[in-house]
Design a protein around this ligand. Sequence first.
Ligand code: AMP
Ligand code: MG
Length: 334
Amino acid sequence: MGDWNFKSMDQNSPEVVTAIQGAMKASALCQKIRKDLVAGESILKSDKSPVTIADYGAQAVICKWIKERFPHDPIVAEEDSKELRRPDHKKILEQVTSYVNAFVPNSSSEEVCSWIDFSSNSITDRFWTLDPIDGTKGFLRGDQYAIALALIEKGVVTLGLLACPNLYVDIHEPYGERGCLFIALKGKGSVQMDSRGVNPRAISVSKVKNPSEATITESVEPDHADHLTHQRLAKKLNISKPSFRMDSQAKYGILARGEVTLYLRVPSPSEPGYKENIWDHAAGSIIAEEAGGRVTDVLGHPLDFSYGVKMVKNHGILVSNGFLHDVVLKALEM
Ligand code: AMP
Ligand code: MG
């Protein structure tokens, strides 16, 4: 586990224990919904409802868990209960409540809504940020998704956790055990644990120094990133391996454990001015950095988590194993 034990926050700190336990509950809730979906159970069947139910359910469970332990910490999360409280969404709220009940017995719909609404937009000196399901399209397809939770103190991400319930534990056994937890603490490295939150092992980025040997990961969704520009960049750097497409911040996880060398996210031409959300990058970025990687926007600017919910100071995202960062930034100037 290397030097993951340090004085300020370590693996036994209340923040770390809370983050791991909260994310594990949310992860189990999401996996239950996925299983019910595949089994054709009576989960609502409109296109978006399973992910809506999982999103709200995961947020309710994690927000309640954090708020009970850190009552003064704001939580900046993706959802609020406004839509869910509408009379025509009564059935969805009932479903959310029934799934939450498996983790918090006897909770009422009103309580579930109030836990979801612990979320606020307060960017303060110390706050948590949460994406209850990052990669919703992956979740619906049965591909990758992540529960992403980070603690931000004075604009700096000090703790990041990604629960990736559907991610293979070992690249050499892609059909083997699934479910990974990645966690990083500022200055203390990154670890991967199994889905029960045990067996931590230190992870580190790939040592590739020759750009032509690099492998790129990018979004599956063409609306989330400019695949064509990524392809041009690959050609320019003589990268011959095809890009590895994956949904969610699981991309940061596979880069942090050395499976890929670069994560490119040039804004898609369908929305060239898109500004990223803090909960889509806070957890992933510290996990990549603490594993030895480097994270900036595509112009080389550090990610700014202090401004608001939207990362208005940044344009796109570039993650690398460090060695290749400057060469890629230069190539992106094309
Ligand atoms: P990924 O799975 O990496 O494609 O990222 C999923 C995240 O992309 C979601 O959480 C959304 O917040 C975010 N997203 C939505 N629209 C866009 C867009 N136009 N450009 C970049 N990211 C987006
Ligand atoms: Mg997201």
